[in-house]
Design a protein. Structure first.
Length: 280
């Protein structure tokens, strides 16, 4: 929470610096990108699970979006739960730091668009953790599972769930007063033996981009841009080169690092050259 607190304040300073010193000359736009899954209640008829889905989003996307896109401060869900658990743990104050009034004014509205990274959806349910456990998970009191019918990817956390993309875009529109949105990452990984005929990646992009299109046309979401993750296989965080997200395969055992297009690269190039789905 301390790191997140400083990150939000640093973001605000970067935005103001650009706004006051460079914007007039460069005419650019500047903002923050927030990574978020969509959360569905595990049991849609359970109010507990519905509440858990809301908390999941407020503790993930809302943690950073609420101060910047709403009022300069954390959402009430986070403030209340973390304060109550902190006091129950014998602390004199909340583990979630507080912004001063001047910091809130400095942070509020420091965006030109909403940057969004999105990959997947989870099913959430309520969990009451023992008071003594100090953690992000115990503070939000949510656990998540996935549906066994959802298609897998090369990453254990990433299930193919296109419907969640539209729902998340619609939620951002409603929650943050319809900001312009740029999707800065969206994609799917593979693991193990290389298959250049990656029809499942083409399926992922077609279905996710179609849901984004529905969000624009049917829900009135102000979606300005979309970026696929990623052009070529790269070093993926803690899993290194084991999980590959690229349209282009990179042969890391060859010193020349040759790059070869997968079938999805050709399909995606058609989508972007048509600015839409290729006419069959």
């Amino acid at each position: 929470y301390v790191v997140g607190h400083n990150l939000i304040k640093a973001h605000a300073e970067a935005w103001h610096l650009y706004n006051e010193t460079y914007r007039a000359k460069q005419g650019g736009i500047i903002s923050i990108t927030i990574n978020s899954d969509w959360a569905e209640p595990r049991n849609p008829h359970s109010q507990e699970d519905i509440n858990a889905a809301r908390r999941y989003l407020q503790f993930l996307l809302g943690w950073f979006a609420h101060p910047i896109f709403k009022n300069g401060d954390y959402n009430e869900e986070m403030k209340t739960r973390i304060r109550e658990r902190s006091l129950a743990q014998g602390l004199s104050q909340s583990r979630l730091p507080e912004f001063t009034e001047s910091e809130k004014q400095r942070i509020k509205g420091t965006y030109d668009y909403f940057g969004l990274n999105h990959y997947t959806t989870v099913l959430t349910y309520n969990v009451n953790y023992p008071t003594g456990i100090l953690s992000y998970d115990s503070d939000r009191g949510v656990a998540s599972v996935t549906d066994r019918s959802w298609l897998n990817s090369g990453s254990f956390w990433l299930k193919v769930t296109p419907f969640g993309f539209r729902k998340l875009l619609r939620w951002i529109k409603k929650e943050y007063n319809s900001p312009p949105i740029y999707v800065t990452e969206n994609g799917i990984s593979e693991r193990g033996a290389l298959d250049f005929n990656d029809t499942w990646r083409t399926h992922y992009y077609r279905s996710y981009i179609n849901e984004a299109l529905k969000a624009v046309v049917l829900d009135g979401v102000d979606l300005r841009g979309y970026t696929a993750w990623t052009l070529m296989d790269n070093f993926e965080w803690a899993v290194g080169f084991d999980e590959r997200f690229g349209f282009y395969h990179v042969n890391i055992t060859d010193p020349g690092l040759p790059r070869s297009p997968k079938a999805s690269a050709r399909h995606y190039s058609q989508i972007i050259s048509c600015n839409g789905f290729p006419d069959p």
